[in-house]
Write a new protein. Structure first.
Length: 234
């Protein structure tokens, strides 16, 4: 009698998605992780029919998990030449401007990024702006948490603070510092992506990119943008 061979269906893949608290892209709202990028990622995972777990972590840990673990993706990640070959990319999810903030009463005036060389610039651990400014030999003072930088600026421990326009602006609102800390210079613009571990199967990457393309085409992405309506400071 011939043996019966059972062909059990493989378990569905469960993605591990990691991110940080960086409003308005990723943040906790009513005890759930939400935001411009988060809502788009949730929607594209839903449309692709893929299971996932979402973890809110310190940025460096979130980033390193995606580098090290299969079927793990991190967002909102700036796509740079140095990072290009480290991940498989889905996006863009959103865009951001990099801004140097300063104390309003110091009235610093910078025309170019090079004008900031004499000053100490606050960043936070693992952030792309920290890497970027260090690579250009600026004087950088790195904090373990972005939330600490406005206080460091107010205490004159740093002269400038490098952040995203929306992220920094939201943090200043939270800390009641919008009149005391102001944008001094916009020094870069960048797109933000979902960056997946290199071992993630190409067919899943393609599936996710197609889902993102669909929510952009049908207006869902724009609806999410309007829901959070981040307004640049001037």
């Amino acid at each position: 009698m011939a043996a019966v061979i059972s062909h059990a269906a493989p378990d569905p893949v469960t993605f591990i998605l990691t991110t940080e608290d960086s409003p308005p892209y990723n943040m906790v709202v009513n005890e759930n992780v939400a935001g411009i990028a988060t809502d788009k990622v949730r929607e594209l995972m839903k449309r692709a029919g893929l299971r996932y777990r979402l973890d809110l972590l310190p940025w460096k840990r979130a980033y390193e998990m995606a580098l090290a673990q299969k079927v793990t993706c991190v967002f909102s990640t700036t796509r740079t030449p140095d990072r290009e070959t480290l991940f498989k990319w889905i996006g863009p999810l959103a865009s951001t401007e990099w801004v140097l903030y300063g104390k309003a009463d110091r009235k610093l005036h910078l025309s170019t990024l090079e004008d900031a060389y004499p000053y100490v610039i606050g960043t936070y651990n693992g952030d792309i702006r920290d890497t970027y400014l260090r690579g250009k030999n600026f004087k950088v003072d790195t904090a373990p948490d972005e939330n600490l930088n406005p206080a460091k600026l107010m205490a004159d421990r740093i002269d400038l603070w490098a952040s995203g326009r929306y992220e920094g602006g939201t943090l200043l609102v939270r800390q009641g510092l919008t009149r005391k800390v102001v944008p001094v210079l916009t020094f870069n613009r960048a797109n933000l992506y979902l960056a997946c571990n290199k071992q993630t199967p190409d067919e899943l990457i393609h599936q996710l990119q197609e889902s993102l393309n669909t929510i952009i085409k049908d207006g869902t992405a724009a609806k999410i943008d309007r829901q959070y309506d981040p307004k640049p400071q001037h």
